[in-house]
Design a protein around this ligand. Structure first.
Ligand code: ADP
Ligand code: F6P
Length: 318
């Protein structure tokens, strides 16, 4: 194996650049020829591929987003579309890929490996929904962004004695809401793992209002309900004036935290080591403070940690 490609795919995440940098530089140090594939699997199919040197990844460790861009291409599930991508790789003599993204990206990497291209998948998503890694690249930065936003919302919520319902991202994973809820001292945290029925939410807030607690912060994972309707219902039923805030894609932007940069660097180096060991169809993750790697197929079947240890914290201090 001499030529290796790298792509970022799915929702972008802060720290993807740091991972690209680590993969490219580690590959070059080991004498590999390194290529970037723009726009994820879409660019692979379109042949948007370029050989890069050390300088290409200079000054990107602190940059948010991904300089090789990201995209979604649902058609990549089709084997015939993947065959076009493999033909493109052959034109450049690329034999192996590092694919950075979420579980959809992992599916693509697994499918390509089965078709003869050795792929290593790295967890890059703010959602922290990759069961084979305790943390994903981008989660810590997004969590810090949310914390900063909620702290600001707390100021105005408290001045006006309101309830703020704050919707955070995570797709179907509640980790951003759970961690942010603890970090921000939220009064209620609602996620798909810890669903509260609308009536329960209103009843709890009503009790808080009657206790004389002057304002309230509710953090809720996206896709569970219409938060504007929820805010309306809370206002009608709890005694609090209530506002809904959807933080949206601001959570995906910004310079990565030091923690995300270090994680990205460690995972990137390991990805190249695995390829040099002749391995493919693997994904790298973090367990405790150790790097681990699994067969992608096995990793995709893993159950996510439901954080029972954190729930104890929530019930004690939130
Ligand atoms: P993420 O990687 O963040 O989960 P997506 O679910 O959008 O984001 O997946 C990213 C891309 O991975 C998709 O646009 C598609 O190109 C590819 N992909 C997703 N699922 C599959 C699959 N089952 N087989 C092959 N490729 C897939
Ligand atoms: O996977 C990252 C993520 O930001 C999710 O939290 C969110 O549900 C989704 O991507 C939004 O994707 P898009 O920006 O394509 O609408």
């Amino acid at each position: 194996m001499k030529r290796v490609g790298i792509l970022t795919s799915g929702g972008d995440a802060p720290g993807m650049n740091a991972a690209v940098r680590a993969v490219v530089r580690t590959g070059l140090i080991h004498g590999l020829e390194m290529f970037v594939i723009y726009d994820g699997y879409k660019g692979l199919v379109e042949g948007n591929i370029k050989q890069v040197d050390r300088d290409f990844v200079s000054d990107i460790v602190s940059r948010g987003g991904t300089i090789i861009r990201s995209a979604r291409l649902p058609e990549f599930k089709d084997e015939n579309v993947r065959k076009i991508g493999i033909e493109q790789l052959k034109k450049f003599g690329i034999e192996a890929l590092v694919c950075i993204g979420g579980d959809g990206t992992y599916q693509g990497a697994m499918a390509l490996t089965k078709m003869g291209i050795n792929c290593i998948a790295l967890p890059g998503t703010i959602d922290n929904d990759i069961a084979s890694s305790d943390f994903t690249i981008g989660f810590d930065t997004a969590l810090n962004t949310i914390t900063e936003c909620v702290d600001k919302l707390r100021d105005t919520s408290s001045s006006h004695q309101r309830c703020s319902v704050i919707e955070v991202m995570g797709r179907y994973c509640g980790d951003l809401a759970l961690y942010a809820g603890i970090a921000c001292g939220a009064d209620l945290i609602v996620t798909s793992d810890h669903i509260l029925q609308r009536n329960d939410i209103i009843a709890r807030l009503k009790a808080m209002h009657e206790e004389g607690r002057r304002h309230a912060i509710v953090i809720i994972t996206e896709k569970l309900c219409d938060v504007h309707q929820l805010a309306y219902d809370i206002e009608k039923g709890s005694g609090y004036e209530c506002r809904a805030e959807v933080l949206g894609r601001i959570q995906r932007g910004g310079s990565p935290t030091a923690s995300d940069r270090v994680l990205a660097g460690r995972l990137g180096v390991r990805a190249i080591e695995l390829l040099l060991e002749g391995k493919g169809g693997r994904c790298v993750g973090l367990r405790g403070n150790d790097l681990v790697d699994y067969d992608i197929e096995e990793a995709l079947k893993m159950e996510r940690d439901r954080h029972s240890n954190l729930i104890k914290v929530v019930t004690s201090i939130c």
